[in-house]
Design a protein around this ligand. Structure first.
Ligand code: ZN
Length: 460
């Protein structure tokens, strides 16, 4: 027997022994998703037989299940699940202190129940700052909160001095960005933008009539919401036009729109790096003549909300659709232009389009409406993967957190969805959420159902 003949069996024995006894590199309190189908969002591929190890709210490890050495005592979730990053509502609302903290917490829980793990609250209230911290500490069931300031408008910022003072006030209060509403004069807006830029705080939201799209892009906005003021640009900014009430968002200009300008509008936007959160579902709910209020009242989530809220929405929509200016054909055309613009914005700048529905506004229950918004993005011509990017990867880009937010990869925050369907093949998938992981905390389907039941009772 030569040396190698002697040592080989010993070597094999040692290797086998060490494989069996190899200690897991992960702590006992890890949360482990074992043998799942993974959509990392790095690309469109679904990886099968994957294990995800979560430690302290972060994804610690991702890899083939047969290579994973799991620690004893860890919580292991196994099943034929599809796992993807949690979604974001980039134009959401959280009720203020006036309606009571419980109500605000219920709305936050609704977002999570529908797989929304990040909400950019687009009209601030001091309560939101408290809730943001409570969410961060894991004390409440809530998405991660980004809190815009109370609205800066012609009312709250009537002159240059007040505008500058408000910007400082909101910045010092700790808001993450400034919410711009309507009504500011150009002079006041410029002062606001100047002060905000000096402090390095983002401003986003509506574009005042006096400002217009091109100046807003230069200002520059963080995001334009609702595709505000694009219609004016597409219609060549008619000089003698008066600004109609906000909700119309340039609907009146539909007949004058030059569609050839859509690509140009998108290109100019993308050149400045300004993002967009179109909130198309809001406009569909209001304008689309094929969506009756009876239909929308039957949508998922409506039964959980206070019935008088849903009733008010019905009345509001019927009211808007009964004014003489409302024309079903024009409304269809208007919505079509918005979809074309949405697609053009994605094509010109695939990193910059965001998922925002505007919940809980008109027939947009928190969380549920994000799935509607995804559907509309696909309707507009995005692929399911592209639509999902707007609520995951692009949120990481917007936040400057390309290595933390929006993918299922090591080092990313453990904000994840467990689905019973492939999200690239079945969209919407709100009904197929089997679990949500927020900051590493797992909520099972049963827990989500109990939570929804509790909220339904509290609100009705
Ligand atoms: Zn809003």
């Amino acid at each position: 027997m030569n040396r190698s003949e002697f040592f080989l069996p010993i070597l094999i024995f040692l290797l086998l022994f060490s494989a069996c006894e190899q200690e897991s590199p992960f702590p006992e309190d890890s949360l482990i998703l074992s043998n799942v189908n993974l959509l990392t969002m790095e690309d469109e591929e679904i990886l099968t037989g994957q294990t995800v190890v979560i430690v302290d709210g972060l994804i610690e490890w991702v890899g083939a299940s047969d290579e994973a050495i799991l620690p004893d005592g860890a919580t292991v979730i196994e099943g034929d699940y599809y796992v993807m990053p949690g979604l974001a509502e980039m134009h959401g609302h959280i009720p203020g202190a006036g309606q009571g903290r419980q109500y605000a917490e219920d709305m936050l829980a609704l977002y999570v129940a529908q797989g929304v793990t990040f909400v950019r609250s687009m009209a601030g209230n001091p309560l939101h700052l408290e809730l943001r911290e409570a969410a961060e500490r894991g004390e409440i069931i809530s998405p991660r909160i980004m809190s815009a300031s109370p609205s800066l408008s012609g009312g709250s910022a009537p002159d240059v001095e007040t505008a500058r003072a408000r910007v400082n006030e909101h910045y010092e209060a700790g808001h993450d960005l400034l919410k711009v509403a309507t009504g500011m004069s150009l002079e006041v807006f410029n002062a606001m933008a100047d002060e905000a830029n000096a402090l390095g705080i983002e401003f986003s939201g509506h574009i005042p009539f006096s400002v217009g799209l091109l100046h807003a892009l230069e200002a520059p906005y963080g995001t334009i919401d609702h595709l505000d003021r694009y219609m004016e640009f597409l219609a060549g900014d008619p000089e003698d036009r008066e600004d109609p009430p906000t909700i119309w968002f340039g609907y009146d200009l539909t007949p004058q729109v030059d569609e050839a300008r859509i690509t140009e509008a998108a290109r100019l936007t993308v050149e400045t790096g300004v993002g967009n959160s179109p909130t198309n579902t809001l406009l569909e709910n209001v304008f689309n003549p094929d969506l009756s209020t009876e239909t929308m009242r039957q949508w998922p989530g409506m039964d959980i909300l206070p019935s008088d809220m849903v009733q008010n929405w019905s009345e509001r929509v019927n009211e808007i659709r009964s004014v003489p200016e409302y024309d079903p054909e024009q409304a269809r055309r208007f919505l079509e232009i918005r979809k074309q613009l949405t697609r053009a914005l994605y094509e010109e700048g695939p990193d910059l389009l965001l998922l925002g529905a505007d919940a809980p506004q008109i027939f947009n229950p928190p969380g549920f409406s994000v799935h509607r918004e995804l559907e509309i993005k696909i309707d507009a011509g995005l692929t399911p993967f592209e639509a999902l990017r707007t609520g995951t990867v692009n949120v990481g880009h917007y936040l400057g957190e390309e290595n933390l937010t929006g993918k299922v990869l090591p080092g990313f925050s453990a904000d994840l969805l467990l689905l019973s369907v492939n999200p690239l093949e079945t969209l919407p998938f709100g009904h197929a959420i089997e679990g949500v992981i927020r900051q590493g905390e797992y909520l099972s389907r049963e827990e989500i159902d109990e939570l929804l039941e509790e909220i339904r009772h509290r609100l009705n």
